[in-house]
Write a protein that binds this ligand. Structure first.
Ligand code: NAD
Ligand code: GLY
Length: 382
C-alpha cells in the first residue's frame, strides 16, 4: 500500500443500504460545508445539535454558523462530556430537549461529538417521534473511523456496556479531520485502537502500512504534508461500510468488528466507565488479550501476538492489564461481565479470535473455563 497523494477533494465513501444508503464525507475543513451538504437532503429542516460541553466550547459556534449560512436553524443540546453521559438520565434530557425544540419528522438531529454523543444522540433520534433522521458529525478519531458509521446507537446499562439501543442509520456522515487537531492526545490514541483493529481483523496490508505511517496519522500531515490521516480514516470507513452493507444487523460477519470488545467491554465496565480506562484503551487491551488467547489456543504464533501488542504499545496504548490505574476487577467479576456480553447465547461464549494478522473469525462455543484460566494467568501476571 503506497502513501496517499494529497486529495484536492474530500473523500466520499458510500454505505450501500438501499433506501437507507448514505455518504461518509472525509476531509479537512468540512464543518464549514455542513449546511450546504444537508440542504439538498432536507431543504427546510430545523436541527437540534446534540454535543458535549467540551466540543461545544470548541466547535459548536462553527457548526451553528455553517447551518445558518445555508438557512438552517439550530437549537443546541449540550450534555456533560464522557462515557457517563450514555445513561438513562442524560438520554431522557436529550429526548425531552429535542421535543421541546419542536424537532419534528423532516427535521434533523445533528450529533456533533465523539462516540458517546453519536451513540446517545442517535438513540434519541431513533426514539423521539418513533424515529427522526440524524446526521453524524464525528469529532474524535474513534467516531470518524468507527462509531459514526453503521447505525449502532445506544446507552449503557448498570449491567454492562451498550445493552440498551437501536439500529438507526444516519442520513449523512461529515468527518472533518481538522476537528481532530483539538482532540487531546490520549483520546486520539484511544481512537487509534479502533483504527488498528480494522487492520488486525481483516486487512494485513493496512496494518503493515499503519506500522510504518502511524506518526503521520497522528500529526495529521501538519508537519509532513501527507494525507495519511484522511487516507487511513477512509480505509477504515470503506472496510466498515462494506461489512455493514452485507450484514447491517450483525447476524454474521459484522461481529468481526467486535475484535477485542468482549474482553475490552468487561474491563471498561469493571473500571466503572470512567476516565481510568477510556473505551479505546479498553479495546487495545482487549485486542491484545484476544491475540494472546488465540496464541494460547494454538491458532496463531506467539510472534503474531507480540507484533499486535508491540504496535499498540508503540503508539502509547495500554497493553497490560496492570497498566490500568487503580487495577481491574478480579476474575469472578470479569467473568460475570463477560457473561453479559451481547454475543453470549444461552451461556456459551462467543469471541472474535484470529488465525493471523488480518484474519479474524467468529468462534462460538468458547469454553468459559478456558477463558477463566487464561484471565487468571493474566491477572496473576499484572
Ligand atoms: P467521547 O465521545 O467521550 O469523546 C472523548 C472525549 O473527547 C470527550 O471528553 C469529548 O468531550 C472530547 N472531544 C470530542 N471531540 C473533541 C475534539 N474535536 N476536540 C477536543 N475534545 C474533543 O468518546 P469516543 O472515544 O469518541 O467514543 C467512545 C464511545 O463510542 C463509547 O461509548 C463506545 O461504546 C462508542 N462506540 C460506538 C460504536 C458504534 O458503532 N456505535 C463503535 C465504537 C465505539
Ligand atoms: N463497532 C462495532 C460495530 O459497529 O458493529
Amino acid at each position: 500500500m503506497t502513501a496517499p497523494l494529497r486529495p484536492s477533494e474530500p473523500i466520499v465513501v458510500s454505505v450501500a443500504l438501499g433506501a437507507r444508503a448514505y455518504e461518509i464525507v472525509i476531509g479537512r475543513g468540512l464543518l464549514a460545508t455542513l449546511g450546504g451538504r444537508i440542504k439538498p437532503l432536507r431543504a427546510n429542516a430545523k436541527t437540534a445539535i446534540v454535543t458535549d460541553e467540551t466540543v461545544a466550547g470548541l466547535h459548536l459556534a462553527a457548526a451553528e454558523a455553517a447551518l445558518a449560512s445555508a438557512g438552517l436553524g439550530s437549537s443546541p443540546i449540550v450534555v456533560k462530556p464522557g462515557e457517563s453521559s450514555k445513561n438513562f438520565a442524560t438520554f431522557e434530557t436529550v429526548c425531552e430537549s429535542i421535543i421541546a425544540a419542536r424537532i419534528e419528522r423532516n427535521d434533523l438531529v445533528v450529533a456533533l461529538g465523539g462516540g458517546v454523543i453519536g451513540d446517545l444522540a442517535g438513540y434519541a433520534a431513533a426514539s423521539v417521534r418513533r424515529g427522526l433522521d440524524f446526521v453524524q458529525v464525528p469529532t474524535t478519531l474513534l467516531a470518524q473511523v468507527d462509531s459514526s458509521v453503521g447505525g449502532k446507537t445506544g446507552i449503557n446499562s448498570r449491567h454492562g456496556k451498550n445493552l440498551i439501543g437501536a439500529f438507526h442509520q444516519p442520513i449523512l456522515v461529515i468527518a472533518d479531520t481538522a476537528l481532530l487537531d483539538t482532540l487531546p492526545k490520549r483520546d486520539f490514541r484511544a481512537g487509534y485502537a479502533e483504527m488498528a483493529k480494522f487492520g488486525l481483523l481483516g486487512d494485513a496490508a493496512f496494518f503493515s502500512w499503519l506500522e510504518a505511517n502511524w506518526q503521520d496519522v497522528f500529526s495529521g500531515g501538519q508537519t509532513s504534508g501527507s494525507f495519511a490521516r484522511e487516507h487511513a480514516i477512509a480505509v477504515c470507513c470503506r472496510g466498515k461500510a462494506g461489512i455493514v452493507a452485507r450484514d447491517e444487523r450483525e447476524t454474521g460477519e459484522r461481529a468481526l468488528l467486535n475484535l477485542g470488545h468482549t474482553f475490552g467491554h468487561a474491563l471498561e465496565a469493571g473500571a466503572g466507565f470512567s476516565s481510568r480506562l477510556l473505551h479505546g484503551e479498553a479495546v487495545a487491551l482487549g485486542i491484545v488479550l484476544a491475540f494472546e488467547f488465540s496464541a494460547r489456543k494454538g491458532l496463531i504464533s506467539a510472534a503474531d501476538a507480540a507484533r499486535a501488542r508491540a504496535h499498540l504499545a508503540a503508539v502509547g496504548l495500554p497493553t497490560h492489564v496492570g497498566q490500568v490505574p487503580g487495577g481491574v476487577p478480579g476474575v469472578d467479576a470479569l467473568m460475570d461481565l463477560i457473561a453479559q456480553d451481547k454475543k453470549v447465547k444461552r451461556g456459551s461464549l462467543t469471541f472474535i479470535l484470529v488465525r493471523g494478522i488480518g484474519q479474524a473469525f467468529i468462534e462460538n462455543n468458547v469454553d468459559p473455563a478456558e477463558v477463566r484460566a487464561f484471565l487468571t494467568e493474566k491477572l496473576a501476571g499484572q
